[in-house]
Design a protein around this ligand. Structure first.
Ligand code: NAD
Ligand code: UD1
Length: 338
């Protein structure tokens, strides 16, 4: 069924790739984004990739009047909800801003959706809800915990969605727990453009390879992992975007609260990632080892069977694809900077 999807946070990293996937699947798309961590030029770039642009409204999910207008004016059938603040360190410094933006914003969105009788939402949760898991791979029934206000906002929103579904089972809700999204669209037109110093590994590697940073700091080499460095489940953002379309298709067929991991099921260490990046892109990533980063865990990867079973979705892009596409995007950023 083709529908109009409201994509909050649609000019951001994952939202923009999901807009492409939705447009390619034939849906109409309206983006709502306040541009606090992105840029409106992304809309044109999505248009270049898909030969049609999504609608764009610059605004905030906390603005009830604006949301009401959007639901009045557009025939929205479902919401993909990416809008949120995501920097773990900032959330420790600014907990109220994080709760206000992420939790109040989501509550506001859900209440306006209910008033407009739009009862389908796909929500961006995170593997951060598993805290420090007792073992790997992680299945969806693992206990949840968190170590940061950012993670706490994800836990609270997951609970709000569960309580809502319990009270009103005619909603169609998905809680998608992403592992570590990396890479970029293969066109080189959209990708992740972190402001300031990147917190996450892949953009830091790409900026170091490009000579924008002197060296990568590896946060600890004494973990109980294959080579002592942290192990994560890195997932190509285009695969992740396709997972959203699969989740939407699933919800269109049933009223359900869906909770699934989206990952590759494969753990990659920091050193393995550096080596894959260098080999794929014929470049150099100088690094040094430092102490562990506070709050980091040793290893984290998904059991992906549920997503495969329920959604028929699994990742298809390789580590080399992730490295090549990140590098292409990094170079296109360099070329577009005056
Ligand atoms: P992003 O920062 O690139 O995108 C988020 C977008 O939301 C930005 O364009 C920002 O301008 C917008 N936004 C923020 N607050 C808003 C508000 N109040 N009203 C309107 N727009 C607002 O981040 P991303 O990496 O694309 O992440 C998208 C979602 O996925 C977030 O909810 C994030 O917590 C979640 N997530 C991300 C990762 C990751 O590693 N990138 C992992 C797990 C979960
Ligand atoms: C971080 C967040 C997590 C969030 C996830 C995806 C923290 C503590 N956790 O997790 O909540 O869900 O991003 O956005 O911030 N690394 C280095 N050097 C670097 C950067 C990273 O060695 O400069 C290492 C880390 O120690 C880790 C791995 O690379 O072992 C991946 O780090 P990162 O990309 O930040 O992701 P997460 O740690 O999974």
């Amino acid at each position: 069924m083709k529908t109009t999807i409201l994509v909050t946070g649609g000019t951001g990293f994952i939202g923009s790739h999901t807009c492409v996937a939705l447009l390619e699947a034939g849906h109409d798309v309206v983006v709502l984004d306040n541009l606090c961590n992105s840029d409106a030029t992304v809309i044109k770039r999505i248009g270049q990739i898909c030969n049609r642009e999504p609608g764009f409204i610059e605004g905030d999910i906390r603005d009830s009047a604006l949301l009401k207008n959007i639901f009045d004016e557009h025939n929205v059938n479902a919401v993909m909800h990416f809008a949120g603040l995501k920097a773990v360190g900032d959330s420790v410094q600014l907990p109220l801003a994080y709760y206000e933006n992420n939790v109040s914003g989501t509550l506001n969105l859900l209440m306006t959706m209910r008033a407009a009788a739009v009862k389908t939402m796909v929500f961006s949760s995170s593997a951060t809800v598993y805290g420090n898991p007792a073992s790997v791979p992680i299945t969806e029934d693992f206990p949840r915990s968190t170590t940061s206000p950012y993670g706490a906002t994800k836990l609270v929103i997951e609970d709000i969605l569960a309580d809502l579904y319990q009270a009103e089972p005619d909603w169609r809700l998905a809680r998608l727990r992403y592992f570590n999204p990396v890479g970029a669209h293969e066109s080189g037109l959209i990708g992740e453009n972190p402001r300031g110093v990147p917190n996450n590994l892949m953009p830091f590697i790409a900026q170091t390879a490009a000579g924008l940073r002197e060296e990568l700091t590896i946060f600890g080499d004494n973990y109980d992992t294959i080579d002592g460095t942290g192990v994560r489940d890195y997932l190509h953002v285009v695969d992740l975007a396709n997972g959203h379309v699969a989740a939407l298709d699933y919800l269109q067929q049933r009223q359900e609260l869906l909770t699934v991991n989206l990952g590759t099921g494969q753990g990659i260490s920091v050193l393995e990632m550096i080596s894959a990046f260098e080999k794929t892109n014929h470049c150099n990533v100088p690094y040094r080892i430092s102490d562990r980063r506070t709050g980091d865990i040793a290893k984290c990867w998904a059991d992906t069977r549920l997503a495969c079973q329920l959604l028929g979705w699994q990742s298809s892009r390789t580590l080399e694809n992730m490295c090549a596409d990140s590098w292409r995007w990094q170079n296109s950023l360099r070329n577009s900077t005056p």
